[in-house]
Design a binder for this molecule. Sequence first.
Ligand SMILES: N[C@@H](CCC(=O)N[C@@H](CS)C(=O)NCC(=O)O)C(=O)O
Length: 221
Amino acid sequence: MATPVKVYGPPLSTAVCRVIACLLEKDVEFQLISLNMAKGDHKKPDFLKIQPFGQVPAFQDEKISLFESRAICRYVCENYPEKGNKGLFGTNPLAKASIDQWLEAEGQSFNPPSSALVFQLALAPRMNIKQDEVVIKQNEEKLAKVLDVYEKRLGESRFLAGDEFSLADLSHLPNAHYLVNATDRGEILTSRDNVGRWWGEISNRDSWKKVVDMQKQQHSP
Ligand SMILES: N[C@@H](CCC(=O)N[C@@H](CS)C(=O)NCC(=O)O)C(=O)O
C-alpha cells in the first residue's frame, strides 16, 4: 500500500486548505501534521529544511518535499493522474494552459486583495490589531475590478477554465470562503450574478465541505 503523503500545517490556513481540497478531489490519501504555529514550530530548523520561508504548508511524498500551495496542487494532479478527479488539471496542453492561466489569475490578481481583506476584516480584530480603513477601501476597489473580469468570464462558461470544475476554481475557495463566511463583505462575491452562481457551485463540492468540517474541528488559526 502507498504511504500517505504528508501535509504540514493547520487546515485553518488558506494555503494549507488549498492543498487539502486538492488532495480530497484527487482522492490521494494524506496525513495532516498540524504544527503549533503559536509556538513557532514553522520557524524551527527542521521545518525550515522542507519550507525554507518558514511558512505553511510544506508537503512530503515519499522522499520528495515541496512548498508553495499551488505548486503542490499541480504536482498532486500530475503525479496522480489516474486518481480521483482526473480532469482537475486538464488532460491536454490547451486545457492545462487554460487552467494554469486562471490559476495564475487567482495567485496574482484575486489573492492579493482578497487575502488583505480577510486579514483586515476577519483576523485583525481577533488578534487585537487595529483595522486600517485605507487598506480595506483600496483592496475592496482592487478586488471589485478583478471580479468584474470574473463576472464576464463566468457569463461565458460555467467554470473559470471551461465547462468543468478545475484546479483554477478550487484555488479560489480558501479566500472566498473566509470573505463570505468570516467578514461582512461577502456580497462582493455573492451579489454578482455569475460570480455568485459560481461560488454557490464550487463551495458545495463534497471536497470543500470536508475541508470546512476539518476547519471547524480546529480551534484557532
Ligand atoms: N504562497 C504561499 C503562502 C504561504 C503562507 O502565506 N502561509 C501562511 C499561512 S496561510 C503562513 O505560513 N503564515 C505564517 C508566517 O508567515 O510566519 C503558499 O501558497 O503556500
